[in-house]
Design a protein around this ligand. Sequence first.
Ligand SMILES: C[S@@+](CC[C@H](N)C(=O)[O-])C[C@H]1O[C@@H](n2cnc3c(N)ncnc32)[C@H](O)[C@@H]1O
Length: 277
Amino acid sequence: MIHNLKHIIYSTVIEANRKMTAGEVEKTVALASGVDRKTVKLAIRDLVGLGKLTYTYLYGTSFLEPSFDRPVKLSKKIIIKPPNKAYKPQPGELVVNIAGGAAFGSGAHPTTCLSLRALDSVLSDTRYIGRKVFSKGLDVGTGTGILAIALAKLGVQKVVGLDIDPCAVSEAAHNVSLNGLAQQVTITNTALEALVTDFSVIVANLAYPALRRLSPLLSEKMEQDGVLVLSGFKEPASKDLGETYTGEGLSLIREETDREWACLVLRKQGYTSKGHK
Ligand SMILES: C[S@@+](CC[C@H](N)C(=O)[O-])C[C@H]1O[C@@H](n2cnc3c(N)ncnc32)[C@H](O)[C@@H]1O
């Protein structure tokens, strides 16, 4: 019972699409499990003691988060770590430093992991998508900047990370500097509509309504043979999103799920049902 309760607590924290206070976690888990709040609180304390969860403090509020106090391997190549922890990468591994903060994107959420795994796989296998160089990358809804930084580490020459949240923009810019990528990665609050460039790879980890609404724009901003990675939605929405984007002339080349969350990878082929782009 206690083991199952800890599992529910941990899943609640990592699957939340925003930071949760300890009180919010207690309340949510007590409701979901039928266990009283005092017992939930004790189980949370155990998880903190075990180093699985940690308290972070921001602007006077205490949040409960997965403990990323050590390097974690999230895809074949990508290791995420706090800046103050040393890690000696194995051949082929790429290290992304992410400082704790308020923005989304520590690497713990399934949608971030799915996006990283998709980028790692697509950008590593040039035969798969028939393209040798990814010169321009875009990360829409960059949060901490984790995916924008990963794009650059995976070899994309110039990367833009966008966010509408000023706090995310500032944290992402800080993380870009921490990773020594200020020349390669630009973080901005510019609206997607205002970008004049087309991109060879785009990643967007956003909620389902936003992905649906942005489908014409995201498809338009892709170069021929460009690749689009979408996550941020649950598996039942995959079919509709897949159809929405194939309706924009893209082809679905990969689909993956993790704990109910989903990720789609699409490609813009030279000739689409809407003609040459
Ligand atoms: C789920 S988080 C993803 C963060 C990070 N990319 C990751 O994968 O962990 C979504 C982010 O998108 C931002 N966002 C939401 N709608 C947006 C939009 N229309 N344009 C740009 N950013 C947006 C939010 O502020 C938030 O930081």
